[in-house]
Design a binder for this molecule. Structure first.
Ligand code: NOJ
Length: 885
């Protein structure tokens, strides 16, 4: 046995245990980012030899790595570096992780570390060790038992989160009693499966698996990631003290990363340095997506598209499900219904919208179909245990499955997306990967036999959870290649939605939560499900609006649109047998509410897009639990799973109950919050944590409870349009939500929203700071740019040539000014030193705001500020009503 202990420069510690290399146990390739080796740090070994225990430590520098912007005292560079140390003892093996001498994670405190060596079969082996039957399926298990298990404790920590995907509580509820043995429920399972009609409140694993969790207590977050793609189970023990967890995987190696935080943001960044940040999506991908199984034909597509325009509902993408193909042969079209796919896509593109088609990994075994034949001839399919191409059932009937764990197969697959290979496709067509767990209708648990064989002799059991990830990767690479072929200079960022996912999928594309149902409990569970995936790095995620199975009533449909409009990925989708549910089919009253929900999403687009820039660079989730933004928060809020923050500055408390007359709108912290619709200000400091947690607000069918957080500036675009592209040049409104110290910060990122030109400096990245009675807008510095992974902006003289150049700020809305919003004078000072007075009055925060409060904010109208220049607005309290200068 070999044990390797590595420390990285940000304090992350990696424990690997493997057998001799000749044994060849499977190690998951291509998930960790390249370049990790360069971050390895030498240990200071303190004790050795005389005892069996080794105490080793490293120092990490908070100035280089601490990303927690909430804790300003840390960023002044004067604090001593955190010391992360590790104590390793043997017999029994135990590894304890300390941060500044405090124990934060312990491996094998409970002695559950077992490692089954590869070995010859013995007479005494338990039944099932070398072959097993499951229903009518047989698993030949030629390599015998090879499981690995261990336990992990997080001292004095009551809450652990993550380990998607399942429809269960966000703060993971215990699965075993305090004795560490008696089961309360099944353990959390990580095994990607196509689960028919999944249940809520179940530890059962769904379509994706990320073996990463975050443990959090006041002042300390710790991350744990086991890089292993085999079937895995995790138990969480009922013991309020140390959050003991027990992990077991069927095969592979032990490759465990412990991330010392200390803040949730630090853990997210440490994890992102291992597996990557969220890919920066194209702007259209953040718009509303209209999908259905199926839009029948070209006429149907044209009508649905026209319906959105007729009813003035914005949307960006229309999707086609499996029926658009010729007999479920992906990359083909059913000629009788889609005879002119290029003209159809061009018509959609002429409105600055896009299309997405489904491309699944099962390939119809049709020897007359060149695509099937070519992959067969090249030997690119997964093999069965006899070494023949595996034959499984899926939509097309008898199918082969590409072995995407092989780089050669991925390379070949990626080329299928080139315009010359994909007949009938255009550069405005993007992809949807479904059934990539993989789903095999006649396989055990609707997936592939574990003794199937992949490249280099890996068994399917070893690679199962990473299959969908590699398939997603190959498809995204394909779209990237196509983009480079079309525009060799700037390319085109891919968009691929995937149902299966693994650690690292965030740097490839988006995921959705699969086949949910049109029920209130399914609506409700979307929040904890999406929080779990966000906290595990997979931010670009969403749930089918309306529920996939069944027919939502209009109240459920409206509430679902309202909730989903404020989640990272926003798509309406429905099963083949459901009634049509395009938003206008239920009358004008319902269409109005749905329109308003979708428009709210589009209004927030500049803010949401900028959050993705952060997620790309720092791994920060888009949807955040309260404790992520307030790491020292009262523990009362730690299990919150109805309300959340979208980015740092907007709190969302969606209505998730039928017939709701009011909704709980918990407000964490002790500073100011502002109702984002009415502008009403709420001082969280005036109430106890308990009162803030149970705070309620009255709602009507059109209420979307959202709150600006004091201290934050939210850029929005207020003009209703048909799509994100149509909004590109629209002016910005800045919402300035002041905290009690009368300060606020914000930023905006604008690029072309589609290509890689931003990586060459073609973008606008602007910061806003309100302090000392002044609002300053200024271009981000090179240091700011570095912090979000941007290269310095090109030294272009003509600003209007940059994306964002020429875009104006046409309203500034200030909430929370001491002394109220009335009687202020506002002047603007340009970088030239010129000064002018501006029109400023107390007023409603939004023209269409429904409110009892007439004038909660100071509104500066038409200030004529460029989004990308340097300027200062100064605010003076004047004795009389302000007049325009
Ligand atoms: C299963 C997917 O989850 C669903 O979204 C899709 O509509 C069907 N497959 C048909 O492709």
């Amino acid at each position: 046995m070999f044990l390797t202990l590595v420390a990285y420069s940000d304090g992350t510690v990696r424990l690997q245990v493997d057998e001799k290399p000749e044994i060849g146990r499977f190690k998951v390739p291509d998930v960790l980012l390249p370049g990790l080796k360069a971050r390895e740090q030498s240990w200071n070994v303190e004790r050795k030899a005389s005892t069996k225990n080794v105490h080793i430590s490293i120092s990490i520098s908070p100035t280089a790595y601490n990303v927690n912007s909430n804790n300003n005292s840390k960023s002044n560079g004067k604090v001593a570096p955190d010391v992360v140390s590790v104590e390793l003892s043997f017999d029994p093996i135990k590894l304890e992780l300390f941060r500044n001498q405090a124990s934060i994670a312990i491996f094998n405190a409970d002695k559950h570390f077992f490692f089954q060596h590869r070995r010859e079969k013995r007479e005494t082996d338990a039944e099932g060790s070398w072959a097993e039957n499951f229903k009518t399926h047989h698993d030949s298990k030629p390599r015998g038992p090879q499981a690995i298990s261990f336990d992990l404790r997080f001292p004095q920590t009551k809450h652990v989160y993550g380990l998607p995907e399942r429809a269960a509580a966000f703060s993971l509820t215990p699965t075993i009693e305090a004795d560490g043995k008696t089961a309360i429920t099944e353990p959390y399972r990580l095994y990607n499966l196509d689960v028919f009609e999944y249940k809520v409140n179940s530890p059962f694993g769904l379509y994706g698996s990320i073996p990463f969790l975050t443990a959090h207590k006041k002042g300390q977050s710790v991350g744990a990631f086991w890089l292993n793609a085999a079937e895995m189970y995790v138990d969480v023990q009922k013991d309020a003290k140390d959050s003991p967890t027990q992990w077991i995987a069927e095969s592979g190696v032990l490759d465990l990363f412990l991330m010392p935080g200390p803040s949730p943001a630090d853990v997210a960044a440490q994890y992102a340095r291992l597996t990557g940040g969220t890919a920066l999506p194209q702007l259209f991908a953040l718009g509303y997506h209209q999908c259905r199984w199926n839009y029948k034909d070209e006429e149907d597509v044209a009508q649905v598209d026209a319906g959105f325009d007729e009813h003035a509902i914005p949307y960006d993408v229309i999707w086609l499900d499996i029926e658009h193909t010729d007999g479920k042969r992906y990359f083909t079209w059913d000629n009788s219904y889609f005879p002119n796919p290029v003209a159809m896509q061009d018509a959609i593109a002429s409105k600055e919208r896009k299309m997405v088609v489904i491309i699944d990994p099962h390939i119809k075994r049709d020897t007359k179909w060149p695509l099937f034949k070519e992959a067969e001839d090249k030997g690119l399919y997964v093999k069965d245990k006899e070494g023949k191409d595996f034959d499984g059932w899926c939509w097309p009937g008898s199918s082969s499955y590409l072995d995407v764990t092989s780089p050669a197969a991925r390379d070949w697959w990626a080329d299928r997306f080139l315009l010359e290979n994909y007949q009938g496709s255009t550069k405005n067509l993007y992809a949807w990967n479904d059934m990539n767990e993989p789903s095999v209708f006649n396989g055990p648990e609707v997936t592939m036999q574990k003794d199937n064989i992949h490249v280099n002799g890996a068994e399917h059991r070893d690679v199962h959870n990473v299959y969908g990830y590699f398939y997603h990767m190959a498809s995204a690479d394909g779209l990237m290649r196509r983009g480079r072929a079309v525009d060799p200079v700037d390319g085109d960022r891919p968009f691929v939605l995937s149902r299966a996912f693994f650690a690292g999928s965030q740097r490839i594309g988006a995921m959705w939560t699969g086949d949910n149902a049109a029920s209130w409990e399914h609506l409700k569970v979307t929040v904890p499900m999406l929080l779990a995936s966000n906290i595990a790095g997979m931010s670009f995620s969403g749930a089918d609006v309306g529920g996939f199975f069944g027919n939502p009533d209009t109240e459920l449909l409206v509430r679902w649109y309202q909730a989903a409009a404020l989640t990272p990925f926003f798509r309406g989708h429905a099963h083949l047998e459901t009634k049509r549910r395009e938003p206008w089919l239920f009358g004008e009253y319902i269409a109005n509410h749905i329109r308003e929900a979708i428009q709210y999403r589009y209004r927030l687009m500049p803010y949401i897009y900028t959050q993705f820039l952060q997620a790309n660079a720092t791994g920060a989730p888009i949807m955040r639990p309260f404790w992520w933004e307030f790491p020292d928060l009262d523990e009362l809020f730690y299990a919150e799973e109805e309300a959340y923050l979208l980015g740092p500055g907007l709190l969302v408390a969606p209505v998730l109950e039928q017939n709701a007359k009011d909704v709980r709108t918990p407000l964490p912290g002790t500073d100011m919050w502002y109702n984002a619709v009415t502008g009403e200000s709420i001082d969280a400091g005036a109430a106890s944590a308990g009162e803030n947690k149970e705070r309620r607000m009255k709602v009507k069918i059109n209420t979307m409870p959202t709150f600006f957080r004091g201290g934050h500036i939210i850029p929005m675009k207020e003009r209703p349009r048909r799509s994100t592209a149509a909004m590109a040049r629209d002016p910005i409104t800045l919402y300035i939500a002041l905290n009690k110290a009368q300060t606020a910060v914000g930023e905006i990122f604008i690029d072309d929203g589609s290509s890689y030109a931003y990586m060459k400096g073609v973008y606008t990245y602007q910061k806003y700071v309100f302090e000392n009675g002044q609002l300053k807008g200024f271009p981000a510095t090179d240091t700011d740019m570095l912090a979000v992974g941007l290269p310095p902006k090109q030294k272009q003289k003509q600003q209007e040539k940059l994306p964002g150049g020429g875009v104006k700020i046409d309203r500034v809305v200030v909430l929370g000014l001491t002394g109220g919003p009335g009687d202020w004078q506002v002047t603007v000072t340009w970088s030239t030193g010129e000064t002018a007075g501006l029109e400023a009055q107390a007023g409603p925060i939004y023209a269409a705001g429904r409110t009892q409060i007439d004038a909660p904010a100071l509104v500066v109208r038409k200030p004529g500020l460029p989004v990308d220049g340097a300027w200062t607005l100064s605010f003076f309290k004047s004795p009389q009503q302000h007049t325009i200068v």
